[in-house]
Design a protein around this ligand. Sequence first.
Ligand code: GLV
Length: 330
Amino acid sequence: MTRPKVLVARAIFPETIARLAQHFDVEANQADEAWGKEQFVARLQGKAGVFTTGSERVDGELLDACPQLKICANMAVGYNNFDVDAMTARGVLATNAPDVLTETTADFGFALLMATARRIAESEHYLRRGEWTRWRFDMFAGSDIHGSTLGIIGMGRIGQGIARRGALGFGMKVIYHNRSRLDAATEAQCQAIYVGKEELLRTADHVVLVVPYSPASHHTIGAAELALMKPSATLVNIARGGIVDDAALAAALRDKRIAAAGLDVFEGEPKVHPDLLTVPNVVLTPHIASATVPTRRAMADLAVDNLIAYLTRGEAKTPLNPAVLSAPRK
Ligand code: GLV
């Protein structure tokens, strides 16, 4: 019996490839070549499944050019690289990698918040430049985390993890805004109070964005929203590029309309808006919020679990369009 063919779109752990190879004929991009759309389509010919990492675009046009493709397994919780409606319409299963990265990503959100509020990157660069010749009372004086008000926009699993860290670990007052309000038990567990977006922006000392990207959440934070924030406030984006208008943010940072920002994601990444590179009061990291070795392994394993479950048994652990399980592509 011929085995299904699977494509792995980006370099990944050798163990991940070895697991897939127990079940499938695997073509892997361990050289991590940057494929354009045409090359991606060419590599997908004859493949029943693809392991994606969150940056490979899968849309109706691609699916029509790859009629044998049955499942796209994203090694990411976010899946704005997938046109899920187009996938569902064609009976192609989409899966993502939730849960396994929640606590790691919440840790990072907090790390970035602390680095931003306490000006850790800026002061480290100063020291490395050899500029530290004398102590001064106001050197890199930032803002407090403990006892301050933390505003979280997007209160899914990761937002809740950040809320728990803030409330239980740092005695913060936690306010949040979300498309829908959490149930009372979850609010109590996170010690979080639901407020409108405008109230959150006006009153939070620190605003953390954890909202999924969609056309509706594009530029959740733009010039108008930044203008509502306190001049002493910090803004952290660990969600997706495009949630923040990066040009407007760079201008607000330059003019000190807010104190500082911490960004792990960018519009058009890996390109970074040039103005963000010239302002000192921003901490910039290259989309690494889930990057610990155990978590990246767990994410890869979950994507593999989905490929194996679907292509060998017609099941899936974390389907995004479960309707496909009963109406698969023939
Ligand atoms: C990372 O950004 C993810 O969506 O997992």
